[in-house]
Design a protein around this ligand. Structure first.
Ligand code: 4NP
Length: 163
């Protein structure tokens, strides 16, 4: 069974689709596309059905990554479907856990920045109402966090040398 990762932000058009596509890029490079599956969702319903934000896609393209996807809202059933749920900021983290009525999934939910090894920020800042430097910062942070996350999953799941 593949290990399933779900990246979550507010709108699912900026940060979490970036995390999903950056992580998939790293997973493919590592030859683990059969072993690690990536998806993303938003805590809000604001942008359901929308593609990733154009400004976010422009920032990702500079790093050679194309953002694909269609926004969807996080659902309670995601707790069961995914092995690890990565929240972009603390508000997302709280909103996700507020849906965990039986308090059985807390260990599956983590803050994305906990996997950063080069950056010190604790949250991925919401870039939506700001300028292009905010979008570039999101990509830089996520490249760092996704690298750390990939190492964590490989170690945790003993994926290395298995394929
Ligand atoms: P995201 O960014 O949570 O990273 O997708 C946002 C997208 C939309 C809004 C806020 C943040 N909004 O308020 O519509």
């Amino acid at each position: 069974m593949a290990y399933k990762l779900l990246f979550v932000c507010l709108g699912n058009i900026c940060r979490s689709p970036s995390a999903e596509n950056i992580m998939r890029h790293l997973v493919n490079q590592a030859g683990l596309s059969q072993e690690i599956i990536c998806d993303s969702a938003g805590t809000s319903s604001y942008h359901i059905g929308s593609p990733p934000d154009r400004r976010m896609n422009a920032a990702a393209k500079v790093k050679g990554i194309e953002l694909v996807g269609e926004a969807r809202q996080f659902q309670r059933s995601d707790f069961e479907k995914f092995d690890l749920i990565l929240a972009m900021d603390k508000e997302n983290y709280r909103d996700i856990l507020s849906l965990d009525r039986s308090h059985q999934y807390k260990d599956k939910v983590k803050l994305m920045c906990d996997f950063c090894t080069k950056h010190n920020l604790k949250e991925v800042p919401d870039p939506y109402y700001g300028g292009s430097e905010g979008f570039n910062q999101v990509i830089d942070l996520l490249l760092d966090a996704c690298e750390g996350l990939l190492n964590y999953v490989i170690t945790q799941e003993k994926l290395a040398n298995q394929s």
